[in-house]
Design a protein around this ligand. Structure first.
Ligand code: HEM
Length: 83
């Protein structure tokens, strides 16, 4: 952080502090993803995943450069298997 920041009402963050998201922890929050350890792909049907709660490719300035390329394979495969 380059300026004082409050993560929430009780957690001030001082300038100079490095903050890093823990993607696996975000994706396992049961309040966002009920039964987070179960493979339930239908949980994404008909919704747009949250910008800050579905971050497989990271975010911000250092977001994965290959994200679109990486998703092209799985999506193409699923699309063709569904006919
Ligand atoms: C399923 C496949 C992939 C996943 C889950 C993934 C995930 C990630 C994540 C989490 C980051 C860190 C983002 C951040 O710090 O906020 C990252 C960075 C990066 N990824 Fe990927 N990635 C994938 C595939 C690829 C592919 C196929 C390429 C290249 C063809 C690629 C190139 C990069 C590069 C260059 C960075 C560094 C970006 C930077 O630091 O500015 N990734 N990726």
């Amino acid at each position: 952080m380059v300026a004082p920041f409050e993560l929430d009402d009780e957690t001030p963050v001082a300038p100079g502090t490095i903050l890093a998201p823990v993607i696996a922890a975000v994706h396992r929050r049961p309040d966002i993803y009920p039964e987070p350890d179960r493979f339930l792909p239908d949980r994404f049907v008909g919704i747009r995943p949250g910008t800050y709660t579905w971050v497989p490719s990271g975010g911000g300035d250092r977001r994965c450069l290959g994200s679109a390329f990486a998703m092209f394979g799985p999506h193409g495969g699923l699309g063709s298997s569904r006919g």
